[in-house]
Ligand binder design. Structure first.
Ligand code: FES
Length: 366
């Protein structure tokens, strides 16, 4: 079953997140998610991209106030009722709107930490930030979309190939799911979790923020994990994607353990694949013989993907081991099944959910 493994909110943009058992979807995202951010005195947003030390600050919600703790055991309580009533000009990624400014003592706290004159801003009760692409969907201080979905299997796939130790928190997701095949989320258009329907708008294009260790705020060597992601998640424009940006169609509740129901699918975006083979742990080439064609394959990708890369298409639909449309007969060799039902006793295998263990011969199931 595909289900919610973790739920996270980040009350202050760029600071550490809070893990939740239940999250409430409201206008702008999950309740309390990215409702505050650090800005220049003129309202221009500041993030950990410029000031990575922001990543070290821990946040907690206590009696409707937000507590921020510095690494040196100093903390401050932030009361939203004490913010300015006036609407002050604010900017995030060229998007202009208004927000409220924190009291002087709070601004001094963050200015002292960053050694720079800054302010803390609150988005306010009535969100007035909208983006051009989705004028009906209010957004908090998030970069552009209210929700970010991460698939744990996709993260594990990356982790197995990346030479540096990674933490999924580097990708700052809101909903982390388990039980799906790696990158199954690429082919989803809308999903239901709990009583909320989410539309998957686009893959999330990643930046330098993902390269910082979440505790030390020190960048990993060699621009990882962007470098490794670039080997298999770069599009034709050179953008590197990981995770999916979503908007919610309705308010509601999402909890850990909730099942993910895929309501609509869409064709997955195409990515360039140019993995230097020596960088893949355990990489083994093999021969895949299908009908009377032979292709050079490997023990890393599903049979369906590898055939498609060689322009051999098989019937398929769910690409998740559910519909059975991609079944073939395994005449010779062995495979690693990714789901329990991917191999049946009569050696029918689901090509979307099996990876060759070595040379294999397959033919269409009669
Ligand atoms: S495509 Fe549906 S089971 Fe493989």
């Amino acid at each position: 079953m595909i289900a919610v493994k973790q739920l996270l909110i980040y009350p202050i943009k760029s600071m550490q997140g809070i893990a939740l058992m239940h999250a409430k979807s409201i206008d702008g995202g999950f309740e309390y998610d990215r409702i505050l951010m650090i800005s220049e005195p003129d309202g221009t947003f500041i993030t950990a991209r410029q000031y990575p030390d922001l990543l070290k600050l821990k946040t907690a919600i206590i009696d409707n106030q937000i507590q921020v703790s510095l690494p040196i055991n100093e903390s401050i309580m932030i009361n939203l009722d004490e913010f300015s009533l006036s609407n002050e000009a604010t900017e995030v990624w060229g998007n202009h709107f208004t927000s409220h400014i924190a009291p002087i003592k709070v601004n001094q706290f963050f200015s002292q930490f960053l050694q720079k004159d800054v302010q803390l801003r609150w988005i306010g009760k009535q969100l007035n930030r909208i983006t051009k692409r989705h004028p009906n969907v209010p957004v908090s201080f998030a970069d552009g979309y209210p929700y970010l979905l991460l698939n744990l299997a996709s993260f594990n796939y990356l982790e197995q190939r990346c030479p540096e130790k990674l933490d999924i928190q580097q990708f700052r997701g809101n909903i982390i799911i388990e039980g799906a095949l790696p990158f199954a989320e690429d082919g989803w258009k809308s999903i239901k979790i709990g009583n909320v329907i989410f539309d998957i708008i686009k893959p999330c294009t990643r930046c330098v923020l993902t390269t910082f260790n979440v505790n030390s705020a020190i960048a990993l060597p060699n621009n990882e994990p962007l470098r490794t992601l670039g080997y298999f998640r770069s599009d034709l424009d050179g953008k590197i994607d990981f995770g999916m940006n979503m908007i919610a169609r309705n308010h509601g509740n999402v909890s850990i353990g909730d099942k993910i129901e895929v309501l609509e699918r869409q064709p997955a975006k195409n990515y360039l694949t140019n993995f230097p083979k020596e960088t893949i742990k355990g990489y083994q080439p093999c021969t895949i013989t299908f009908e009377d064609k032979e292709i050079v394959g490997n023990n890393q990708k599903t049979i369906l993907e590898q055939l498609e890369q060689h322009h051999i298409s098989l019937p398929n639909s769910c690409r998740a081991g559910i519909c059975g449309r991609c079944a073939v007969l395994l005449k010779k060799g062995n495979v690693t099944p990714l789901t329990q039902s991917a191999v049946s006793q009569d050696r029918q295998i689901l090509t979307c959910s099996c990876i060759p263990k070595g040379d294999i011969t397959i033919e269409l199931a009669k």
